[in-house]
Design a protein. Structure first.
Length: 300
């Protein structure tokens, strides 16, 4: 068997392969090499095409048998080789497909490496879900993007690219290190043009929207300030004296009490009755202002 296999490979390598750019080999595909097949319908199925990169050898004996099945006499002739033509991927076409898949005209795409094996001609597609992304990626992080060549109708030939994806934008950044819980001041922030990973970039925060807000966590000097790291400052802080407005129907009563918990506008905080010493709750509705709704009397 081994000598026969070597002989088969040698014959196949010498055969001039006819290009077939579909998943089927039709009569028209081999009529140039075997004229008898021009006598039948050119859409007649002869066999199924091989995968890209694989050669399919139709021996003279096999062609004779196929011809008889289709009602024609095929004279003894040469073997016929068919293959789906392939070629190395084109760098510029890859970049165009990557940009189309990212769907961002402002992105910088650096193509580091890509599939070096030959691929069939077709449409290059890089879907977003083919990106190997993980948390904490930066503009300098190389990522693998898996895609495919769409060819012969619904067939796909896998390809890949290693890329860097970045966008530049004006961002608010910390001019100095900011501690968690610290309220931002104008002196602590500045604007700079920064590069970010194209899929993780955050909308820019305006300086006037950041001043007076509180850092949820520590922010290193030079780091971008996003809405995720900021929160509204407390309107009421524990220990502060606050103005409480108690409403009961059309009756309103105002008094000053000490807050026993902190909260932002809309939060519920605890307050202490200065006479009885008991705790009661109210809703923060302004800076050092709380509203309390007295319970209505039950109907007898």
């Amino acid at each position: 068997m081994k000598p026969l296999l070597v002989l088969f490979v040698a014959v196949l390598s010498r055969a001039a392969c006819l290009p077939v750019e579909s998943d089927r080999v039709l009569a028209r595909d081999i009529a140039a090499a075997v004229p008898e097949f021009a006598k039948i319908s050119q859409d007649e199925l002869i066999t199924y095409a091989p995968l890209p990169g694989v050669k399919r050898l139709l021996t003279r004996g096999e062609l004779v048998r196929i011809g008889r099945r289709l009602g024609i006499e095929v004279s003894a002739g040469p073997d016929v080789c068919v293959e789906y033509p392939t070629a190395p991927l084109d760098r510029e076409m890859l970049l165009a497909a990557l940009r189309h898949g990212l769907a961002r005209t402002d992105a910088e795409i650096e193509l580091i490496d890509f599939s070096q094996y030959a691929a069939p001609s077709g449409t290059l597609i890089f879907p977003r879900e083919g990106l190997s992304v993980f948390s904490k990626l930066t503009a300098e992080s190389p990522v693998v993007w898996r895609g495919y060549v769409s060819f012969a109708g619904t067939k796909r030939f896998p390809i890949w690219a290693r890329v860097r994806l970045a966008v530049r934008s004006e961002q608010l950044v910390a001019a100095v290190a900011i501690r968690a819980g610290e309220m931002l001041t104008a002196e602590q922030v500045t604007t700079e043009t920064v590069k970010q990973f194209a899929l993780f970039d955050q909308p820019a925060v305006a300086m006037d929207a950041a001043i007076g807000r509180v850092a949820r966590r520590a922010i290193a000097a030079g780091s971008a300030i996003t809405s995720e790291v900021l929160q509204a400052a407390n309107a009421v802080n524990r220990g502060d004296e606050v103005a409480v407005r108690v409403t009961a129907g059309v009756t309103q009563l105002s008094l000053a009490v000490r807050a026993e918990s902190s909260g932002k506008i809309g939060d519920v905080v605890y307050l202490k009755n200065p006479v009885s010493g008991k705790l009661f709750r109210g809703v923060v509705d302004g800076k050092d202002q709380v509203t309390v709704a007295a319970p209505s009397e039950e109907k007898r």
